[in-house]
Design a protein around this ligand. Structure first.
Ligand SMILES: CC[C@H](C(=O)O)C(=O)SCCNC(=O)CCNC(=O)[C@H](O)C(C)(C)COP(=O)(O)OP(=O)(O)OC[C@H]1O[C@@H](n2cnc3c(N)ncnc32)[C@H](O)[C@@H]1OP(=O)(O)O
Ligand SMILES: [Co+2]
Length: 144
């Protein structure tokens, strides 16, 4: 693991929360991006070397939709930057963590991502992110 890549916060309304976090952080969102495969619209803020990701569900059935329905708005996940997402998948499976997706999937902000089940990380949903530029794996285990 290299560093915390972002903290994900589930919100009901991205426009309202964008304005709130702009007031809080004193800086505007630098990008909003929909991730259709996740049924989510995201908005990113950068504070120093840290990032906040706001997530609004595009539908009730999405992970964010279910989360907000069940728990309301709030911190949803912690994302860590990794240099080799396949190596980390293998390592963490060996360590007993449940990796939720067999292969990395395209996330927001030019990242390949996988998630670890919160039940195996003391109730915390963990996301691993690998920048597509750092190690642009071609969608299989052989990497670049
Ligand atoms: C990829 C785009 C973007 C990016 O950064 O690039 C994102 O971050 S997208 C973020 C949204 N996508 C995901 O979260 C994908 C991974 N999540 C999942 O696969 C599910 O949400 C899962 C498996 C964590 C939970 O789904 P499930 O259908 O099982 O929902 P339940 O409500 O039944 O939850 C089961 C159990 O887990 C607890 N739970 C659920 N979500 C969280 C959470 N965010 N943090 C901690 N715990 C969570 C939930 O409370 C249930 O526990 P229980 O004790 O049984 O109540
Ligand atoms: Co995220």
């Amino acid at each position: 693991m290299e560093k915390i890549e972002h903290i994900g916060i589930a919100v009901k309304n991205l426009k309202t929360s964008n304005a709130l976090f702009e007031k809080l952080l004193g800086t505007p969102s630098y990008k909003t991006e929909a991730v259709e495969s996740e049924g989510v619209r995201t908005s990113f803020f950068k504070i120093g070397s840290n990032k906040i990701e706001l997530l609004e569900a595009m539908g009730k059935e999405s992970a964010i939709g279910k989360f907000v329905e069940k728990r309301g708005e709030g911190i949803h996940h912690i994302a860590f930057e990794v240099r080799d997402i396949w190596a980390e998948i293998k390592r963490l499976k060996k360590e007993g963590f449940t990796v939720l997706n067999d292969a990395p999937k395209k996330g927001a902000d030019n990242k390949w991502v996988v998630f670890l089940h919160p039940k195996t990380v003391n109730g915390v949903l963990v996301e691993l992110c690998q920048d597509v530029a750092v190690n642009p794996y071609k969608g299989d285990e052989n990497g670049i």
